[in-house]
Write a protein that binds this ligand. Sequence first.
Ligand SMILES: NC(=O)c1ccc[n+]([C@@H]2O[C@H](COP(=O)([O-])OP(=O)(O)OC[C@H]3O[C@@H](n4cnc5c(N)ncnc54)[C@H](O)[C@@H]3O)[C@@H](O)[C@H]2O)c1
Length: 316
Amino acid sequence: MSRNEIHTVAVAGAGTMGPGIAAVFASHGFAVRLTDVKAEMLERARATVKTIYSTLLQEGFLSQAQVDRGNANLQFVQDQAQALTGADFVLETIPEKREIKQAFYQAAEKIVGQDVVLASNTSGIPITVLGEACRYPGRVVGMHWSNPPHIIPVIEVIRGAQTEDSAVEITRDLAEKIGMIPVDVSKDVPGFVENRILYAIMREALHLLDEGIADAEAIDTIVKWGIGYKLAVIGPLELLDVAGLDIYHSVASYLNADLNASSEVSALVQEKVAKGELGIKTGKGLFDYTPEEIPTLMQRRMRLLLDVKKALMKGQ
Ligand SMILES: NC(=O)c1ccc[n+]([C@@H]2O[C@H](COP(=O)([O-])OP(=O)(O)OC[C@H]3O[C@@H](n4cnc5c(N)ncnc54)[C@H](O)[C@@H]3O)[C@@H](O)[C@H]2O)c1
């Protein structure tokens, strides 16, 4: 049995995902407490939320009234007990480490009522495993947002082995109330649906790069303009019906055996990680970045994502 009158939402973790998530809840009328173990992360989150609201306002996704409401509803609270006390729904978006998340649940259970849903934004740790740490695992549910959370509308709602129906329904209902698209994932497998598909794409892309089949720029261009653009309009399963299952059957009969199925991480990624070439955050990864171009690049990508979203919403 879970509480379905939600007024106050506690969001734990103010890193990459937390500020955007908190901003979405707050602009949709929920009282939000964003909490983090590090004060500097909360300070950074304040600035991030400001940028998020001004971008969404400028691009017409939020009205001035919604931005004002968001600012009024959002509190940055370092003391976790204070942030969680009286919360009707808790979402953790803290580091992707089982022990850290389980410790958080154990602490949270001592503070919130027994009927409060504890949701996780985990990218792939099974919800059943997270629930194992809890006295009431029935209230633990996956609420997996996509990055950037204030732009990408889909939310995977994942049921663990012990998750109660009411926890799933409350989470789905809440996602709808904040204008998102909740989608049920019925079985609790690592990576759920979104990351399993994304990681299959990334494994093959890295394999093609490792093997020198095409260079990094060529691979990304082919995916963006050949596959990605199309996939925003038609899902892979719909695409199969369009192509014809007989055609897929013939191609998959020889191609599946040739696709990368290694459980090892790409040799190139292993090498880059060992050298500290981690991508944008270090200025070098699979591509090179100068410090000056990074903000422009990120802003351009954000604007394009919003433009694509507008176009897709128009077609609904
Ligand atoms: N980054 C992404 O693209 C992305 C996308 C979808 C889901 N996720 C998932 O969301 C979660 C958070 O990811 P992130 O990238 O935002 O991580 P992050 O490392 O950027 O931020 C995590 C934040 O949690 C704080 N924190 C650590 N322990 C805490 C605790 N006990 N209580 C409160 N705050 C605590 C840290 O100080 C940090 O600010 C992970 O489970 C991740 O897998 C991430």
